[in-house]
Design a protein around this ligand. Structure first.
Ligand SMILES: NC(=O)c1ccc[n+]([C@@H]2O[C@H](COP(=O)([O-])OP(=O)(O)OC[C@H]3O[C@@H](n4cnc5c(N)ncnc54)[C@H](OP(=O)(O)O)[C@@H]3O)[C@@H](O)[C@H]2O)c1
Length: 416
């Protein structure tokens, strides 16, 4: 920190800001607007000492000259090299970069501890929703069994438009792009990869074990059909892209992101538009749900600013005491199944027979349409996902099945 007096006579603290896009510009605005409050709270007057963009600033020089680094540029390089440089110099880093942490956190968190530097990342998961603080600090000694999250605002916006306005996937995506909720290239969001990075970080916080994004099985929303949403409504279910991190009875950890049908009574079922929400389940606290804006310049910059203030307070850093937990080999899920079939007798009994061979029982079934439009739609009870994959493989090979069967997970309270 510099001895130069700030506006209120306190010391100044030099903030190096790496990136001035959506989040970086909002943060720079907030630092100016809230400077007096920050100084009153921390005794330090924040000054932006350098800003890096593709056309402005020298990253290494900005890091070397600042007291604290805010990394809001995204991507792996040069973000990783600059974050490492700051941590090795013992400088606190606040980042919003889930991709970087979910790939390199196993090296960056130990590096931060080794050099006694803070590495904070509230904005990397859930935007303004303070989930990192709650899991990593408030509930750090609470045994968490499961975390469910809607952690990608773009896909939630698209699914809401499909469910509420009856738009096709393509129409809803265009709508999201026009409204500024989806990038021109939406792949990272709609493929589930962005949500997978965030769920890796939430699993790490919940279970104290390192989880890389590569350990997170994920399916996106780009293959969903409007018809499935309409049929599922008849079963009183809402379709969301849900991330699940859970510790199984054998001590293994499963982290996954898939489209999932939720009963309307589930706290995540009514989270609409670009909002994010996370539900934490633990025998000690039952269920806690946090909800709020998951993205956007000001909400995300507010989360960054909260981390910055903790750093300036010299708050104790949440420790990551890693334990090694195996990755779960298989998990149980209930499924919604949709088959286009020839309109002939015996179809349902043959499908039920194959499911029975894999010990999968049917909870409810509906036969839709007739002739070329005949369809079989069903909800199963929970069964190992490997058994379901085997059953679907066998059913696809039956002569009366046309097109690709569709299978979507269903949240089932039986065992959840
Ligand atoms: N936007 C959100 O709502 C949101 C929410 C939560 C988390 N985040 C995370 O916050 C971070 C920033 O997101 P954003 O939406 O603000 O991104 P953005 O609008 O694309 O801005 C990125 C900024 O970083 C600069 N930058 C990128 N690569 C660079 C490079 N190689 N060298 C120098 N400068 C570079 C860009 O420079 P130019 O100006 O020259 O292009 C731009 O100023 C990301 O990690 C993102 O995942 C964003």
């Amino acid at each position: 920190m510099s001895d130069n007096p700030g506006a209120e006579g306190g010391k100044t603290v030099k903030i190096g800001v790496l990136g001035r896009g959506t989040v970086g510009s909002a943060l720079i605005g907030l630092l100016e607007e809230r400077a007096a409050v920050i100084e009153a709270e921390t005794g330090l007057h924040p000054v932006v000492s350098g800003v890096l963009t593709r056309s402005q600033g020298d990253g290494e020089q900005i890091v070397d000259e600042a007291d604290v680094i805010v990394e809001v540029m995204g991507g792996l390089e040069p973000a990783e090299a600059l974050v490492r440089r700051a941590l090795m110099a013992g400088k606190p880093v606040v980042t919003a970069n889930k991709q970087l942490l979910s790939r390199k956190g196993d090296q960056l968190f130990p590096l931060a501890s080794e050099h006694g530097a803070a590495l904070r990342y509230e904005a990397a998961v859930g935007g303004a929703v303070p989930i990192v603080r709650v899991l990593g600090d408030t509930l750090s000694a609470t045994p968490v069994e499961r975390v469910h999250g809607i952690v990608n605002g773009t896909t939630n916006y698209i699914l809401t438009a499909m469910a509420k306005r009856g738009e096709s996937y393509a129409e809803a995506l265009k709508d999201a792009q026009d409204a500024g909720f989806a990038e021109a290239d939406p792949t990272e969001d709609v493929s589930g990869s962005d949500a997978a990075a965030k769920m890796a970080l939430l699993a790490m916080l919940a279970f104290g074990t390192w989880v890389s994004i590569d350990d997170v099985d994920h399916t996106g929303i780009d293959k969903l059909d409007l018809q499935d949403i309409a049929y599922a409504r008849e079963f009183d279910l809402a379709l969301k892209l849900v991330g699940t991190a859970e510790k199984l009875a054998d001590g293994s950890v499963s982290v996954r992101v898939h489209p999932m049908f939720l009963p309307m009574t589930h706290p995540l079922a009514s989270v609409d538009g670009s909002y994010n929400a996370v539900t934490i389940e633990s025998p000690h606290v039952e269920e806690i749900t946090l909800q709020g804006p998951g993205a956007g310049g000001l909400p995300t910059a507010s989360a960054v600013l909260g981390d910055l203030i903790s750093v300036l307070h010299g708050a104790d850093e949440p420790k990551h005491a890693w334990v090694t937990l195996p990755k779960a080999a298989d998990v149980d899920s209930a499924f919604y199944l949709h088959f286009e079939v020839d309109d002939e007798p015996g179809v349902l009994s043959q499908v039920a027979q194959v499911l029975g061979l894999q010990k999968i029982s049917i909870r409810s079934v509906a036969q839709k349409g007739s002739g070329d439009g005949a369809r079989l739609v069903m909800i199963t009870h929970r069964a190992p996902e490997s058994a379901m994959a085997a059953a679907i493989g066998m059913i696809s090979g039956l002569g009366f099945v046309r097109g690709e069967p569709r299978a979507i997970r269903v949240f089932d309270e039986e065992n959840a």
